[in-house]
Design a protein. Structure first.
Length: 99
C-alpha cells in the first residue's frame, strides 16, 4: 500500500538539511530502484523553486510499504530525523486516484 510521509522542518533547519541531504537522497534512490517510490520532494519556504537562504518548510514522500508500521519505521530512520531537520513527521495511508 502507498503511504504519505510528511516531515515538517524545524526553524533554521537549512544547514542540517543540507548536511544530511546526500544520505537522505540515497535512501530515496533505494526506494526508487525497488520501484516503490511514487514521488518525493521538498516544500520551499517561499513561493520559488529555489528558495535560497529561506530554505524549506518540509518534505513530502509517497512510497509503497508493506504496512503502516513499516512506513513509520522507515520514516523514523531518515537521516533528516537523525540530524534534527524535522520538528515532526506524519505517516498516513495514501490512496492514489489521479493521474
Amino acid at each position: 500500500m502507498l503511504y504519505l510521509i510528511l516531515g515538517e522542518d524545524r526553524p533554521d533547519a537549512l544547514p542540517a538539511r543540507l548536511a544530511a541531504r546526500p544520505a537522505h537522497l540515497e535512501r530515496l534512490r533505494a526506494l526508487q530502484a525497488e520501484g516503490r517510490l511514487l514521488l518525493a520532494g521538498p516544500c520551499p519556504a517561499i513561493d520559488s523553486p529555489d528558495p535560497g537562504p529561506a530554505g524549506f518548510s518540509g518534505s513530502l514522500i509517497v512510497a509503497e510499504f508493506a504496512s503502516l508500521a513499516a512506513a513509520q519505521n522507515w520514516a523514523e530512520a531518515d537521516p533528516y530525523v537523525a540530524a534534527g531537520v524535522y520538528a515532526s513527521v506524519a505517516v498516513k495511508p495514501f490512496k492514489k486516484v489521479l493521474p
